[in-house]
Design a protein around this ligand. Structure first.
Ligand code: SF4
Ligand code: SF4
Length: 430
């Protein structure tokens, strides 16, 4: 334990900033349902402080508590002392994982598959071919599937299956050159929009082409690294960041755009702060990449200044759920809403639009009951709006909302703002 205390000591200065005021209790979605001090930022920060002071004898127990967190950033966003909670938790997870070693199944997933983009792509293509053995299609609005056989690990989830053709295998994944283009953008779809929701990546490309934008889409893109990093696996994260930097440093571009809220936060915040650049040049590249990376809605609204495109034959009332990674970490909230309004759709605000949906990446996998309890509170607010569509800009939120709505046999559809906008564009061209 002394060795661990020494390692955690590097967080001491950051931990000292917390004045234990307890403001985070009022906003933590997990604490809201469990009322357990170990689930809220103040409790976890005290625990890390206790580790430095050698107060504990079981590192695995501490690891468990630190990992039971959505990394939603609600605590940091309302902390009067500006404690950088997410950075502290991620660094703590890295230290604890280095000390206790990464479990074998995570090693296989992160180090063997995800950190090798070619192998990961191939694995997902093979899995797609056989997924019918595991999942049964359900006829529901959210197009989710259920498991054929009950298992305690997968429980009663309604899941989004792997798409037949990933985005990177479609004709839309080609570079698109225009001599007279005002802007050149690099496109980072992220794993989920490549493999589960390729239509959203395709919609993004169709919109960019419609506005005559030159598009650079490097082949063999890797995951942004957040699933590995959230599990404390810095080795896989570093490998993936380094791989992606190589791809994106080949060509110059004005902006990097992505439709994924989580990938954007990782690229903007975690690539420069957690990945250790090799030298000054790489550090400058990362900082520069961070400043020119945008959510697709920011690019369309703030840079291209798209406004009303008028007609939408599929006019519907839409409510918007703010992904935590957008609202609480990057302060993005107006642009996705403007995009929905520009599509001609009516936007109806729900209560607590920025409360967490409970997904939290792997949190949902390891703490499904709590994850669903948090998600149900969100779904109640969605239903109160009487909207037929809930839009959100994060694939993880889409998966979580689809699961809960499907289980409730709800007719509310889950969409990305870019799907709504592209549909309106398509209708306006008819
Ligand atoms: S709100 Fe900030 S300062 Fe207050 S207890 Fe939570 S983390 Fe500490
Ligand atoms: S990141 Fe979210 S779940 Fe974790 S302690 Fe903070 S508010 Fe709670």
């Amino acid at each position: 334990m002394r060795k661990l205390a020494k390692l955690v000591k590097e967080l001491e200065q950051d931990l000292l900033i917390c004045v234990r005021c307890g403001t985070c209790h009022a906003v933590c979605p997990l604490y809201n349902i469990t009322k357990d001090e170990g689930d809220v930022a103040r409790g976890k920060l005290s625990l890390l402080d206790g580790l430095i002071k050698n107060l504990f004898s079981k590192p695995d127990q501490v690891n468990k508590i630190i990992n039971k967190c959505l990394l939603c950033g609600s605590c940091a966003a309302s902390c009067p002392s500006n404690v950088n909670v997410i950075q502290i938790f991620i660094k703590a997870r890295i230290i604890l994982t280095q000390f206790s070693k990464l479990p074998l199944f995570k090693k296989i997933i992160f180090r063997f598959f995800i950190s090798n983009p070619k192998r990961f792509d191939l694995g997902m293509i093979i899995l797609e071919k056989f997924q019918f053995l595991i999942f049964a299609n359900n006829a529901n609005k959210q197009q989710t599937s259920s498991y054929r056989i009950f298992s305690p690990t997968i429980e009663s989830r309604r899941i989004k299956v792997i798409a037949k053709i990933p985005f990177h295998k479609t004709e839309y994944s080609q570079n698109y050159n225009l001599n007279k283009s005002k802007f050149k953008v690099a496109f980072f779809p992220g794993c989920a929009f490549d493999k589960i929701y390729p239509k959203i990546a395709i919609d993004t490309i169709q919109i960019l082409k419609h506005y005559g934008i030159e598009i650079y889409i490097p082949k063999n893109q890797g995951c942004c690294g957040i699933p590995a990093l959230a599990s404390g696996d810095k080795e896989s994260f570093t490998k993936l960041v380094s791989h992606n930097i190589d791809l994106f440093s080949i060509n110059g571009f004005d902006y990097l755009v992505t439709p994924c809220a989580t990938c954007l936060t990782t690229i903007k915040d975690l690539w420069p702060s957690i990945y250790k650049p090799e030298g000054r040049k790489e550090e400058e590249f990362l900082n520069n990449l961070s400043s020119k990376s945008l959510d697709i809605s920011q690019f369309l609204i703030n840079i291209l200044k798209v406004s009303d495109i008028g007609i939408n034959n599929d006019l519907a009332s839409v409510t918007y759920h703010d992904p935590c990674h957008h609202k609480k970490i990057l302060n993005i909230e107006t642009e996705p809403r403007k995009l929905i309004k520009a599509s001609g759709n009516k936007l109806v605000e729900m209560e607590k639009a920025d409360s967490c949906c409970g997904m939290g990446g792997t949190f949902n996998f390891f703490h499904y009951d709590e994850s669903i309890k948090i998600g149900k509170l969100k779904v109640e607010n969605i239903k109160k709006t009487n909207c037929s569509i809930v839009a959100t800009s994060c694939p993880a939120c889409m998966i979580q909302l689809s699961d809960i709505l499907a289980k409730q046999h709800s007719g509310v559809d889950v969409k990305h703002p870019i799907e709504i906008f592209n549909q309106a564009l398509f209708n306006s061209k008819k």
